[in-house]
Design a protein around this ligand. Structure first.
Ligand SMILES: *Cc1c(COP(=O)(O)O)cnc(C)c1O
Length: 360
């Protein structure tokens, strides 16, 4: 069986070694006579798997002890509600920076729970850039400032970590977490749905600074109350055990590769090759301000929509799948997360050249 090069934005391609490990251990995990899927979340075996996943993530991302790690359910979109419910406390306002589709979703959800102040927006550029920090206008006393570190649909990524002083910085890192080293101490809270760079869908990672805990609103659902979940070592309810196990295998693999500095090196090389091909002629066009181009999601447009469709269909026949842009953006989107090897980029570039030759 041949595996295709899968450019899906999420759930996304997983490292083949990880899938093989899962397969080998599927029926009988390490001689224990059962699958990880069938284990009690309170069993010695699963607690070991969970503790190792957490330990490896701490090491990988350099997360100190005063930051707490939670593996929850509800996805990144769930966090759009749980962040204000947990962090607003006695404040009325939270600040948001709008860089596109996912930021807008975060803003709309937060408005159900408090006042949202838009500190900066890239709307005027059609969401093709990240507003420079010098343009941000924070409100008087916000509970936090929220950003989306990588806009998955348009392919716009922060090239800098904002400086927000005493105001906790909150980031939806769903689509670029673990793609480069980052300094968690610059953030109050980060969250990410797993299905782009961490593992399969079903688990949501939250990393929160200790001093921000204990402020959940009374009406915050218990399973999404960070403080309560931590009191129960994030097992207040049954956690998504199987996705956590696979996430653990991914963390282990990234450490074995040499950690996030090495991962970033590979991602830079991949992105450079792909954008160089997009920029080589006018046939393919990317609309994002060059400095803010995403390393994870490269979006581009052919001269006509008809050619976009032909490109996607022919690419599929060449084993390059899921290249269609999001329905709100159109065009092409190649999502090239950590698990996409350079060989996948090479195959795409060869196809792009050939397609241009025949249709350009
Ligand atoms: C995919 C994605 C989401 C949606 O995550 P769910 O896990 O489906 O809730 C939110 N934000 C960003 C940046 C994403 O890439």
């Amino acid at each position: 069986m041949a595996r295709a090069w899968n450019f899906n934005p999420g759930p996304a391609t997983l490292p083949e070694e990880v899938l093989s490990r899962v397969q080998a251990d599927l029926l009988d995990w390490q001689g224990k006579g059962l699958s990880v899927m069938e284990m009690s979340h309170r069993s010695e075996e699963f607690l070991g798997i969970a503790a190792k996943a957490e330990r490896d993530l701490r090491q990988l991302a350099g997360i100190p002890e005063n930051y707490k790690i939670l593996f929850l359910q509800g996805g990144a979109l769930g966090q759009n509600a749980f962040v204000p419910l947990n962090l607003l406390g006695d404040r009325t306002t939270a600040d948001y920076v709008n860089t596109g589709h996912w930021s807008t979703k975060s803003i709309n959800e937060a408005q159900k729970y408090g006042d949202v102040h838009i500190a900066a927006s890239a709307e005027s550029s059609g969401f093709t850039h990240v507003p420079a920090q010098s343009e941000w206008r924070l409100s008087q006393n916000p509970a936090y400032v929220h950003i989306c570190s990588n806009e998955t649909i348009s392919g716009v990524e922060y090239a800098f970590t904002p400086e927000t002083g005493d105001v906790p910085l909150v980031a939806d890192m769903s689509s670029n977490i673990l793609s480069r080293p980052f300094d968690i101490t610059r953030f109050g809270l980060i969250y990410a749905g797993a299905q782009k760079n961490i593992g399969p869908s079903g688990v949501t990672l939250v990393v929160v600074r200790e001093d921000l805990l204990g402020k959940a609103r009374r009406d915050c659902p218990s399973v999404f109350d960070y403080t309560l979940q931590l009191k129960h070592e994030w097992m207040f309810n049954t956690p998504p055990t199987f996705p956590i196990y696979i996430a653990g295998l991914v963390f282990e693999r990234l450490l074995a590769l040499g950690g996030l500095a090495e991962v970033e090196k590979r991602n830079i090389a991949k992105a450079q090759k792909l954008y160089a091909e997009i920029d080589r002629t006018d046939f393919y066009k990317n609309k994002v301000c060059v400095a803010d181009r995403s390393r994870m999601n490269a979006t581009f447009y052919l001269p006509t929509e008809k050619l976009d469709d032909m490109f996607v269909a022919e690419a599929r026949e060449h084993g390059l799948i899921n290249l269609k842009g999001h329905k709100v953006a159109g065009g092409i989107r190649a999502s090239v997360y950590n698990a996409m090897p350079m060989a996948g980029i090479d195959a795409l570039v060869v196809f792009m050249r050939d397609f241009e030759k025949r249709n350009g």
